[in-house]
Write a protein that binds this ligand. Structure first.
Ligand code: GCB
Length: 602
């Protein structure tokens, strides 16, 4: 008996190794899933909270094959099975668990999710199980068998499950673990809520066996008359043909597959996408077996000394930073409507630019922003004190970067890929972020690379930007908290800035906290008057910085953070929002709005 158990265990380990090799295919994420035939797996999922990971390890803390992923059922009254998904509580997907159940508000650890679904196989099709995002680690099982694992809380991943699905009832189990770990990205310390769960939608997506797996359709760098790109097809043979059609431009080109990719060039003069005119063209990609439609905007983004040029025209980025947290109810944004609430506020503020902090936001957010004409800064959570010397940490960060770029590389709105936020200067940090920047450029050289820095030296008469990372990026982001973490509110206006680099600088954060409705003297912290005075003083300071190309103050709306416990003021919210989480605008909102409106008049 013992022998049989050992054999089973060895087989289990062997199968685990095989299935690890099938981990999410980062390079070929299905593109524009809105254009695909999908079955939604959203809705109620059964759940089991498992702080001891009892459903994963045996009592010797070894991974074992009788875990909760088996979804076992009693076969006879004498059976001992100490869990049952079918009688368990449920959670909504998409959604974080923290705001769905009071008991899970502070919870960090493992929660098992289970969903039943029906499936009817079709021949000549592949079916993918696609997760838009799970925070933080997801181990996915289908019908009791492990199909793979994904690490990183804000990017999509998929598994080809064609051979694992059965005709009729199937069940998927996901072990979701949001425990913070030093080696993770982000690491253990972050100023936003560590919302756990299957936070974005889940789909089954069917595609023809030979299908368009990836594509890149963008203007050639710096050119406005050439649309260049490639289409990748999976399970095709070299020489197969792809047609790329842009009906409104009356253009169709055909390209032949070579090494899995068909490259093409279209000479065309599209109306350019810009904040004032966010024009998108229908683009139809077609092979003999597959067809995918996207809506793509064409624009260029370049720099000239300290200026940012959009379509060759100097453009000041009037922005605001946003966390992906829903207004009114708080918790993670889960619908297009919730994205629109935030985006409409940013419009009202007079913005043409958004810093989507501190992780890739949902595809819906990026697409809605694109339709509304926002330029976007998109970033990965390389935040504060990441383990810059740890190779696994690097691999993790690079994966998240690759997935972010893979998903959004055809979005005209995205103009900046950000590599990091407020990382402490050191050699290992420099090489870590330089490698990320190199990777980003190799995946997409049509956009600009940036990072938000909080390290400034002292110049002759003020702050000096001399962080060596300045050499690596195209655009320098500066987070500066004059009036809040240093200096009196009134002192900010007289600060002078110099830079060792002839590059554009975006003031990627300025700000201070205020509780909506708390009024008082402008020197009294947490009042709207204090926050307003801080904005006025910082605006004066920024008006004197010649090399400033944009700003994205911190932050549009108050957001939840466990670093912010001050009772009756913070109550677990970072209060630097210009709008409260209940949608109330603070005085500083109108000050920034006026600044942006005045800029338009000049
Ligand atoms: C920062 C961070 C941001 C914080 C903010 C703050 O510099 O980049 O994530 O939330 O400061 O409020 O302290």
């Amino acid at each position: 008996m013992k022998g049989i158990n050992n054999l089973t265990f060895i087989l289990f380990i062997f199968l685990s190794i095989i299935s690890t090799a099938q981990d999410a295919n980062y390079a070929n994420l299905l593109q524009n899933i809105d254009s695909r035939e999908k079955t939604s797996l959203n809705g109620k999922w059964d759940m089991i909270v498992d702080p001891l990971e009892n459903g994963f390890y045996n009592h010797r803390l070894q991974e074992y094959n009788k875990g909760y992923f088996r979804n076992a059922k009693m076969q006879s009254p004498s059976d001992l099975i100490e869990y049952d998904f079918d009688t368990s509580l449920q959670l909504d997907v998409p959604g974080d668990w923290n705001t769905q159940m009071d008991k899970l508000y502070y919870y960090e650890g493992t929660v098992w999710y289970k969903k039943d679904f029906d499936y009817t196989p079709t021949s000549n099709e592949l079916t993918y199980l696609y997760f838009e995002a799970v925070n933080y680690e997801a181990i996915v099982y289908l019908n009791g068998e492990k199909i793979g694992k994904h690490v990183g809380g804000y990017t999509p991943f998929q598994f080809d499950v064609t051979d694992k699905l059965v005709d009729g009832n199937n069940f998927v189990v996901v072990k979701v673990d949001n425990k913070r770990k030093k080696e993770n990205v982000p690491t253990v310390n972050q100023d936003w809520w560590n919302y756990g769960g299957i936070t974005r939608s889940v789909h089954l997506i069917s595609v023809p066996k030979t299908h368009i797996s990836d594509y890149y359709v963008q203007l050639e760098k710096g050119e406005t008359g050439k649309i260049k790109g490639w289409v990748a097809i999976e399970n095709a043979t070299d020489g197969d043909e792809v047609s790329i059609k842009i009906p409104e431009l009356k253009k169709t080109v055909k390209a032949k597959l070579n090494d899995g990719k068909a490259s093409f060039l279209i000479n065309a003069k599209p109306s350019l996408w810009s904040p004032d005119s966010p024009k998108l063209y229908e683009v139809v990609l077609e092979t003999s077996t597959d067809k995918i439609i996207d809506h793509i905007g064409f624009r260029t983004v370049t720099t000239d000394g300290s200026k940012i040029l959009v379509n060759g025209k100097e453009t000041f980025l009037k922005g605001i930073s946003i966390h992906e947290e829903a207004a009114f109810k708080t918790g993670r944004v889960i619908s297009v409507e919730e994205c629109k609430v935030l985006l409409n506020w940013a419009k009202e503020l007079g913005c043409n630019f958004l810093r989507l902090a501190h992780y890739p936001h949902s595809e819906a957010m990026v697409k809605e922003a694109e339709k509304m004409g926002f330029l976007i800064w998109s970033e990965i959570p390389v935040y504060w004190t990441i383990q810059f010397e740890n190779e696994d940490t690097y691999a993790n960060a690079e994966n998240q970067l690759t997935e972010m770029i893979s998903r959004d590389k055809n979005r005209a709105s995205v103009v900046l890929w950000s590599m990091a936020n407020e990382t402490p200067e050191s050699e290992p940090r420099l090489s870590f972020i330089s490698n990320l920047a190199e990777k980003a450029r190799s995946l997409d050289n049509s956009r600009l690379i940036t990072a938000a820095l909080d390290t400034q030296g002292k110049g002759d008469d003020g702050n000096l930007i001399e962080d060596p990372l300045g050499k690596v990026v195209d655009v320098i982001g500066i987070n500066n908290y004059c009036g809040w973490y240093y200096g009196d509110v009134d002192s900010c206006s007289s600060i002078k800035w110099a830079s060792a680099y002839n590059k554009p600088m975006i003031m990627s954060e300025i700000g201070g906290g205020a509780l909506y409705g708390k009024h008082g003297d402008k020197n009294e912290r947490w009042t709207e008057e204090y926050q307003d005075a801080l904005f006025k003083s910082n605006i004066e300071m920024m008006e004197n910085i010649e090399f400033m190309a944009g700003l994205s103050p911190w932050i549009l709306m108050d957001f939840r953070s466990s670093r912010r416990p001050l009772r009756r003021i913070q109550d677990d919210f970072n209060r630097k929002g210009l709008i409260s989480e209940q949608g109330m605008k603070k005085k500083a909102f109108y000050t920034l709005q006026e600044y942006y409106l005045d800029m338009d008049k000049k």
